[in-house]
Design a protein around this ligand. Structure first.
Ligand SMILES: [Fe+2]
Length: 194
């Protein structure tokens, strides 16, 4: 895929600036980790990883723009119209599934797979858990970024709890996903330590 296609998809989906920045940060971290793992002898397609990172939250705004006031300050009427249209078009789908579908339609099946498996609880879902290194790195790098700032996995997971379980009642699926995310971190750290 040409980089211009990524830019065009961002425009088509009216991806807000803050989400673009988030994806760029995740891309930077993915590449950094990918290069280190390549140094340890692991085979990783960095170009594909970078493109998946730059597109992984392409459709996020489509499923959550009702909360836009929380994180964006320059939304235009035209943006809302596009998101509304896209929301109707993809009703009931997770944002990662929407993006994967868009990419499959462009014959970008590898990118679609990497992105399909990046959402938080995919690690505990049959058939959705990241298995290739590109999938694992994107999943992990995404969990190291809060908005557009790099944080520790621990801080990010704590923030998820605060946001989604303010009463302290964390669902079992979330607990399980956190455990798997920590195990993935350990797997990567163990390789990098040698
Ligand atoms: Fe993300």
């Amino acid at each position: 895929m040409e980089d211009s296609v990524i830019r065009n998809l961002w425009e088509e989906f009216h991806v807000p600036r803050n989400i673009r920045k988030h994806m760029e940060k995740v891309s930077d971290i993915s590449i950094r980790l990918g290069k280190k793992l390549i140094d340890r002898g692991i085979d990783i397609d960095l170009k594909r990883l970078r493109q998946a990172a730059l597109l992984h939250d392409l459709a996020k705004i489509v499923v959550c723009f009702d909360d836009i006031h929380k994180f964006e300050d320059n939304t235009k009427v035209e943006d809302i119209e596009v998101w509304n249209k896209l929301q109707t078009m993809y009703e009931g789908m997770k944002d990662s599934e929407i993006t994967a579908m868009v990419l499959r339609n462009l014959n970008e099946n590898h990118l679609a797979e990497i992105i399909r498996k990046h959402h938080f609880t995919s690690v505990i879902e049959e058939g959705n858990a990241p298995t290739t290194w590109e999938e694992k790195i994107l999943y992990y790098a995404d969990k190291l970024v809060m908005h557009d700032k790099e944080v520790t996995l621990r801080a990010r997971l704590r923030d998820l709890d605060k946001r989604y379980s303010p009463d302290g009642d964390v669902p079992d699926a979330v607990k399980e996903a956190k455990k798997k995310a920590r195990a993935l971190e350990k797997e990567i750290e163990t390789i990098l330590a040698h």
